[in-house]
Design a protein. Sequence first.
Length: 281
Amino acid sequence: MNFKELKKKAADHIYSSLNYISAEDMGDVIQNFFVVCDKGVFIISEEKKQYHVLWACDDFSFVVDNLKKFIDEYSDFQEEKRIFIEFVQPKDIVGLAKIGFKIVSEWMDYWIEDINKIDIQKERFSQVFTISENEYHTAAEVTLRCAGMSREYEGESYAFVREWAKTRNSKVLVYKQDESICGVCFISIYRSSSAKANVLWVRELAVDPMYQGRGVATVLLNKALEYGKNWGAYKSFLSVDRENFRAIRIYEKIGFHPKAGHGQINMAYNVLNRVLEKTDV
């Protein structure tokens, strides 16, 4: 079954994490735990740091049962990895918690419904630039210095920065202080046939810890909004972990507001716990 057929099968179900991934996102599939049936889709994709659960179903007990089987029967666990599952519904948190999973992040969407109504502050715009090719490494290093400052945030690689900078309708903005990059903002514009449906996505914002608290993030966000407005974006959105209170205060002050309801709930199981149980340590 190819990836296109797999996504089509997943689309037959009410809940699915496969709506948000591409074939390139999948790691090495563990064949013994590749399940496609009337009840749903359950796949374990082995990645560098984790076993990523890809799933679709109508009744989440199908996923829980397959996870139990994976935890109990898989014989080649690497204890430094974790089992990671995304897009968990609030009603299913308890079922996963009972088998050892814990919430590791909850990504909330924040929106500006009309950029034209935002009073864009242009102070210090002279310190914001579009990234140049010789700055990709430095920009990546800034993001890496922010690793761990928000749940699940690990920073970005040189390859990611380069790819984003070269992607159509995407841009990397950098804030410079004394010719040094101390803040990075990754943005992209989604275009539609309707002008009011054009959206500026603020994919990521990182400020070197040494420069935090100096308004760098606010300047970058204002510059991003100006860029989006100039290029026809009507709305803007970003995602932030529910517990990243410092960032949320900045976003709300500028004019972003949370979307109603729960966010993207992600949970993980520490494989080391399973290894210790099996060895009676």
